[in-house]
Design a protein around this ligand. Structure first.
Ligand code: DOR
Ligand code: ZN
Length: 351
């Protein structure tokens, strides 16, 4: 980290290890907001239909790159969506040939476009075996979907019922527990082997479950996994700012049209890409850990994935920055995270 002046922060350009860039009319808006700040991003495969083949991943990567303005310097890292019937040969060949960086496990029914997800981890044992053998990371949406489990307990129960046996069956598999929301997850990751890491979103560092009901029902605070009690937010803040390389940046930026959020059955997802670094850096400042921000944002992710660090740098300036109420592009309208709030930092660009 360099401080170019008392109110400037220069860090190695970060990557985002968990994004939803969407497709169709939303893609250009979503991709550009991520590519503005981040050099690389792990792109989630929960399209309709899901990305399960090299051909689909290659075509999606081409659409992402085609949607970006030419001045952007951005590398999408593609993922394969695990289904009960996915072909292990396709996954392994896709990894070897650079089509896939990782595989994503969505328990069926857990979240947006997860209907084609895995019904029982036993169904994907053959593909997990191959991934373990070739060093291909498994990215996990860690929630059980069961009527007997309260929505606020889904992550903790997943760790107990699904993740613990999975890690013992595949001790050499590299696993990222995505968008963790509980102190249970923090402790589990801390006490597991170096093969298990976790991403932490900016919104889970700012919000607890009370924010869903602050003065009324707040659809733009709704995401999955849903925010938990205040003590869990505290545990996430401590983990993110601890300097432990098992915890790194993944925004889970997940834009939905404004009308789909402000609806009778509103979609889960928070669009944090437009203010991602500003949002995270504020947490590190509040926790008196600005000197640990660069490692969390720009070093621990590449180290876990075995990828090189980025060469360029970005500048953040300490200044009042009011977040727009709406981000628009052609007919798309999305409400960003922190809409209408004034943050204390502004992303000034890539140096
Ligand atoms: O809030 C979320 N939105 N969580 C997810 O797991 C998926 C995402 C989406 O795709 O909208
Ligand atoms: Zn996600």
């Amino acid at each position: 980290m360099t401080t170019a002046g008392p109110d400037e922060l220069v860090i190695r350009r970060p990557d985002d290890w968990h994004v939803h860039l969407r497709d169709g009319p939303m893609l250009a808006l979503a991709a550009d907001q991520t590519a503005r700040q981040f050099a690389r991003a792990i792109v989630m495969p929960n399209l309709v239909p899901p990305v399960t083949t090299m051909a689909a991943a290659g075509a999606y990567r081409d659409r992402i790159l085609a949607a970006l303005p030419p001045e952007r310097d951005f590398t999408p890292l593609m993922t394969a969506y695990l289904t009960d019937t996915i072909d292990p040969d396709e996954v392994a060949e896709g990894f070897a040939r650079g089509f896939f960086t990782a595989c994503k496990l969505y328990p069926a029914g857990a979240t947006t476009n997860s209907d084609a997800g895995v019904t029982d981890v036993a169904m994907i044992h053959p593909v997990l075996e191959r991934m373990q053998a070739i060093g291909m990371p498994l990215l996990v949406h860690g929630e059980v979907v069961s009527e007997d489990v309260d929505v606020f307990d889904r992550e903790a129960v997943f760790i107990e019922r699904v993740l613990t046996p999975l890690l013992s069956d595949f001790p050499n598999l590299k696993v990222v527990l995505e968008h963790i929301t509980t102190s249970d997850a923090v402790q589990f990751v801390e006490s597991s082997s170096a093969n298990l890491a976790a991403t932490i979103t900016a919104h889970h560092l700012h919000m607890d479950r009370n924010d869903l009901f602050r003065g009324g029902l707040r659809p733009h605070a709704y995401c999955l996994p849903v925010a938990k009690r205040r003590e869990h937010k505290g545990a996430l803040r401590r983990a993110a700012t601890s300097g432990n390389p098992k915890f790194f940046l993944g925004t889970d930026t997940a834009p939905h049209p404004k009308a789909d959020k402000e609806a009778d059955c509103g979609c889960a997802g928070i669009f944090s890409a437009p203010v991602a670094l500003e949002s995270y850096v504020r947490v590190f400042e509040e926790e008196d850990a600005l000197d640990r921000f660069e490692a969390f944002a720009s070093e621990f992710g590449p180290a876990f994935y075995g990828l090189p660090l980025n060469g360029s740098r970005v500048l953040l300036r300490r200044t009042a920055m009011t977040v727009p109420d709406l981000i628009t592009r052609q007919d798309e309208q999305v409400v960003p995270f922190h809409a209408g709030e004034t943050l204390g930092w502004k992303f000034e660009g890539v140096l």
